[in-house]
Ligand binder design. Sequence first.
Ligand SMILES: CC(=O)N[C@H]1[C@@H](OP(=O)(O)OP(=O)(O)OC[C@H]2O[C@@H](n3ccc(=O)[nH]c3=O)[C@H](O)[C@@H]2O)O[C@H](CO)[C@@H](O)[C@@H]1O[C@H](C)C(=O)N[C@@H](C)C(=O)N[C@H](CCC(=O)O)C(=O)O
Ligand SMILES: Nc1ncnc2c1ncn2[C@@H]1O[C@H](COP(=O)(O)OP(=O)(O)OP(=O)(O)O)[C@@H](O)[C@H]1O
Ligand SMILES: N[C@H](CCC[C@H](N)C(=O)O)C(=O)O
Length: 510
Amino acid sequence: MMRLSDLRLPLTARIVGDATRGVDGVSQDSRSAAPGDLWAALPGARVHGAAFGAEVLGRGIDAVLTDVAGLETLRRSVDDLEGVSIVVVDSPRAVLGGISAQVFGTDSSSLKLYGLTGTNGKTTTAFILDALLTRLGSTTGLIGTVATTIAGRVESSVRTTPEAPDLHRLFARMRDAGVDVCSMEVSSHALAQHRADGAVFSVSGFTNLSQDHLDFHPTMEDYFAAKAALFTPEHSRSGVVVVEDAWGARMAQAATIPVVTVSSDAGLDPDHLLVREQGPKRFILHLAGGDSIRAASPLPGDFNRTNTALALAMLHAGGVSAERLEAAAEGLEVVVPGRMERVHEAAPLAVVDYSHTPDALDQVLGGLSDSGAPLVVVVGAGGDRDSTKRPAMGAAAARRADVVIITDDNPRTEDPAAIRATLLEGARAAISDGTARVRPDRLLELTPRGEAIARAVEYAGDSGALLVAGKGHETGQEIDGEVLPFDDRKRTREAVASRAARAATGRVQD
Ligand SMILES: CC(=O)N[C@H]1[C@@H](OP(=O)(O)OP(=O)(O)OC[C@H]2O[C@@H](n3ccc(=O)[nH]c3=O)[C@H](O)[C@@H]2O)O[C@H](CO)[C@@H](O)[C@@H]1O[C@H](C)C(=O)N[C@@H](C)C(=O)N[C@H](CCC(=O)O)C(=O)O
Ligand SMILES: Nc1ncnc2c1ncn2[C@@H]1O[C@H](COP(=O)(O)OP(=O)(O)OP(=O)(O)O)[C@@H](O)[C@H]1O
Ligand SMILES: N[C@H](CCC[C@H](N)C(=O)O)C(=O)O
């Protein structure tokens, strides 16, 4: 239990009502606030949390953190504020992480944190880190898009990076469950919204930056700046930055904490040099200082060598020797749901992958096309998300695949046909400028998504390769506010099995 008057607050903060009131939790959403919590009524893009004041305060919650606008809303809409203590600050989001850390006692936690940011590769690298840490003997925690785990117990995740009160509550639960190390994804939304405040990462890693989220960030510069905030003393003690593009080089320069760089380009003079060995997965990481780690990526896709090297370099920065890391990486097996997941091994090879950016599509299809087999892709784009990435996604698919089937992802509240039209526009532009691999008659638009997958399986035939892109681990499709059950992995397996059954009876069409 902590008294409001004992919280470290900004000098401009004031407490209306009883300042000695005690709180033993923090929450920020009316739907999850519980008695004993300091409930943060936050201003948002859609609504001010204080609008839910009457309902929340009627449930026995008697401590609120808000801003002046929130205080006014509460005064207007709640009959009786007598007996309610209200902490008023200029920017409640900006203090929420620090306050949550104090209330949950996670500000001086013994939990060691590894943080990951970047456009693509956070989830995968966090899973690899977690698997390595487990092999190294740690009791681990994991926080990210696909799942949250606490000492081996798996829970579902609501978003990539939880809101600050939920995050610190999780840290406290991890501490109580004996977790000593946690690997965590830190999205740019989270950094911009102070969701990771009050957490200090021992080592943070940067994977890459490419186009995404330009609905939330006005420019790539703003997106970069949000991610760069992780590499400051407020958030991290040290960092590892992958330098495979100009953004990586800039991140290493912008960092105001000690960072080491990892790259496969010796010309960039990285601290750690990644040298690919024969075969699709093996590599040597030559560490600054002379040691090296020989390892293999546990997942297919050339980019997963980079993700694995990043995980190893982060653990090395966290104090684990090259020798122990090489032993931990030996024969490592990692399955990341919906990331390069081979749902059918051959005839045809069918892969489900969460590629929902132009760069991810380009890289994944580039890798799959190395096999020489005809390559089919099913692709769409999410509604209410960066619309400017859609033409580039269509173009990437057209440049890399022999058959492109444009379909729906999660249209959310947007018109699905309009989303598909933008992808088609990009694919057609690639055909017009001569950079496409797909023939015009092999560029198709097909819905619903299940039909698109079934048709793609027909095109892949017995000898092709198929990528079902964009939804990865997701088990639902969001259409106009409703989430309908849909799992790419299940649908793809079913379509492959159905084709095989028809082939067995000689009823397969070409
Ligand atoms: C752009 C963005 O991230 N917005 C998040 C933000 O919304 P907001 O500030 O506009 O808030 P709002 O919806 O207006 O609500 C204001 C306040 O009222 C509260 N409220 C709202 C409704 C209600 O019934 N009761 C209630 O208390 C909300 O909890 C909030 O505190 O705060 C809300 C409350 O936590 C989030 O739900 C919302 O996430 C939206 C739904 C979202 O889709 N976010 C995605 C894009 C996101 O965060 N993605 C990244 C991963 C990106 C990646 O790397 O791929 C992530 O970390 O998950
Ligand atoms: N290092 C990488 N470089 C480029 N693409 C990658 C890399 N790692 C993964 N990808 C691609 O990006 C997709 C998403 O990967 P992952 O889920 O690991 O990233 P993420 O950063 O967690 O994404 P999100 O924030 O959207 O959940 C993968 O399915 C793969 O297609
Ligand atoms: N974390 C990403 C996931 C996108 C996945 C794709 N299936 C979509 O719905 O756009 C986002 O929220 O933008």
